[in-house]
Structure formats: structure tokens, C-alpha cells
Design a protein around this ligand. Sequence first.
Ligand code: SF4
Length: 289
Amino acid sequence: MNYIGNLIRPPSEADSIILQVTVGCSHNRCTFCGAYKDVHFKVKPAATVYADIAFAKNHFAHKNRVFLADGDVLILKQDYLTDLFKVIRRELPQVKRISLYGSSKAITRKTREQLCELKSLGLNRVYMGLESGCNKVLKQVKKGDTVESMVAAGVKVKDCGLFLSVTILLGLAGAEASANHAVLTASALNDINPHQIAALTLMVLENTPLGRSERKGLFQMIGPGAVLKELYILVSNLDVKRSQFFANHASNYLPLSGRMPKDKYRILAEIESALADSRMLVPENLRAL
Ligand code: SF4
């Protein structure tokens, strides 16, 4: 397979065929993100992508999921995507699930009909990074989006019958705005009501603008106890109808998972226990992105 640069995929795509269609992220400005910092966004030549599909046909016939990397394949023109999905269907007929990252900008640019067309051609799952439900935080980290547009984008994805996974980032607001970030993020999640919520914990990377802000004393990452308190407030305020909830990414201090709302009080009790006993936490040096 032809892979360029850092290949980043959601944990739940570990067993998928990773088909790299674009390199980098079309936005690439979030101050906390070091994923594609030195990479200019580009679309790979169709011939390269189709050669990878041919390779996958010969070598990954046992795999029935495809993840389209990198950052924002959904931003591509509809014709490009429909052709691509048709080739995947034809060459990899065993594939039951095609997934990709979708920014709210990319989702907003697609009409409902276009999203539904992609669904009819095999698109099954969209991963969207909300990060925070607080517009002030989104502006500070240069997310380039508002809560309102991301909520609308998430609802649109769901309305087309697509599975929606939403990622949020604990610690992103720093200490002072931590509780507000938690309450507003829960509120945005309640409005979207995604099928899946993935709570990650911020790791400040040196090569990012946020890393530089931290070195200048302009931003301070909260400690593990404060992260857990933020998570507690977030979960307390969650009122989603039926969502899988994951806070078991390698960046998290306390691995948690469950179904909301069924497991809400069990998860809150687990956070309370960890707040009372820091030995339950993943040591700092074992956290990873
Ligand atoms: S967080 Fe997502 S949208 Fe922001 S720069 Fe990184 S990959 Fe792009």
C-alpha cells in the first residue's frame, strides 16, 4: 500500500483496510494538533489509490472494513467520491463498512442528498471531532468552526442514516474554564445525540502552537484529578438517548466505556473511586496518542 506520512485512524478501525486517499488535513490549524503539522493537504492521484485497492483485493480479501485516510476525505468532490466508492464496491465486494473522518465544514458542503448517495454506495460511518461544546474554546484553539455548525453537521449525518462518532477533548479549556467546557460539551453532545462518543485527554505536544503557549505560560494543562473532575461533570450532564461512550483511548488517565444512558451511574461511580484512589490512574509516562 502507498502510505505517505503519519497514518492516523480511530482505534475502532484497527482491523480495517486503511486506504489513504488524501495526505494531511484540509484545515490543519488546530493549535493542539500535531498530526499533520509539516504536511500540506493534497489529494493523492486516483491511479495510486486504485492501485492500492487492487493490492487490497489480492492481500486483504479477509478484511471487510475500509477506512479512508487522512484527515478529511469527505471534503473531496462528490464525483471523485462516488467513483471511488463504486470501485471499492466492485473490487472489494466483501467490504461491509466504509468509514472516514468528516469535518463539519465538509459535511456542511454536502447536501443531504449527496450524503445519502454516499451511504447508498457503502459509506457507513463518519468520525467528527467536536473537541468542545464551548465556542470560546473552539476559537482559542483555532478549530475553525462553531458549536452550532458542528451540531447541525452531526444531526445531518445521522439524518442520512449514517453512524456518527464524535470525539471530544478533555483538558482543552485549561483550568479556569474546565467546568464550563464540560457542561457545554455535554450539552452539544445531547443536541447531536451521536451513536458513539469518544472522550480523549489532551496531551500537549511540543511542536504545536499550544505547546509553545504552554512554554510561555499562556496555557496550563490541568492535572489528572482535574481531568477526572471535568469528565465527571461532563458525564453528569450527558442526556443522550443511546450512545456508546468510550474514554479508553491511550491518552486517558482512567479507561472507561459503557452505553449511555444505561451505564451512566456506573461510570460516575468509577470516576469517584479513581478520584479517591489515584493508584487507579494510568501513569503519565504510559499515556500516548
Ligand atoms: S484536529 Fe483534526 S481538524 Fe484540527 S488540524 Fe488536526 S486533523 Fe485537522
